[in-house]
Design a binder for this molecule. Sequence first.
Ligand code: ZN
Length: 350
Amino acid sequence: MYRLQRLKLQSLLLLWWTAITSAYRPLPSAALDKLTSLSVNERLLVNGSFLAPLLVPRVAGTENNVKVRNFIKDRFEKLNWKVEEDKFVDDTPLGQKEFSNIIVTKNPQYASRLVLAAHYDSKYYEHFEFIGATDSSVPCAILLDVAATLDQYLDTARVKSGLQFIFFDGEEAFVEWSDDDSIYGAKHLAEKWEKQVVPTGKYHTSKQSSMLDTIEVMVLLDLLGASNAKVYNLFRSTSWLFEHMGDLEHRLVTTGNWRHDGDEFDEPDMIFDTQGVDMFHGQIQDDHIPFLIRGVNVFHIIPTPFPRVWHSIHDNADAVDATVVQNLAVLFRCFTAEYLELDVLGHQEL
Ligand SMILES: [Zn+2]
């Protein structure tokens, strides 16, 4: 009996979930054109105002890390977002270090939110200066660009959910990747938010929610910005978003909103592979893990295999493909606009 009721409940939940996911409305091509036109080319160039300040070594606990943190905070303070730091001290193989995640939120009054995340620290190497352009300067710069371009549409009452960005500190291991020496910031924040009870919003049926329950989905960007990246679907719970991203990429190509370097007859360089099978399924360790194991829906956007320059001296400005970065910026801008159902064409029924 119990089992039968459970089954019934599960099928009801499935129906409800299908109803929600199929309600994802693609923006008309005029809206995609409008969103693409918001690109300011200069910002995401390697010497540009959003990316250049991030292309420096920024190991957790160093002065440069604080400088980069202040740069990121400053961008969001200028936009009037709610800016918070999650500061803490943790033991590492190189002694105690200070860490600070940056959490910025637009429309914090909403009962639930879309989260986009990337890590802003860089890996420590004793014998050379590691920049980590793809790991993860470019993802952080793309998030700054999403905020700068969409902010004007986020004040309306028609926005579907809140929007939050998390810039994790201490993703990288100081010595060698292990459970203890890695993702310091993500572990700290997931544990903290699991215990943090928030007032129940009108869409919540349970009596209490934690800060983790109010995340609709966490989209984690990592190792992006180099050429020839292929991203595969890594989690069944967010397959629908992955499919949607692949579809959006195709729509950007067919509407002429996708740049490509080659000859016009060449196939454009697509990033999301909706046909291929990923070999690394469930094996990639990253900032999503502490959230995933606590039941948060994760959409992990990381190329497999990793870029050739990964964790080498070559992961610097030279590894950045400007066309790929511009395309990714447009893609994440349009993805966020579609997810939040933003009215980019000005009070028209979409
Ligand atoms: Zn790394």
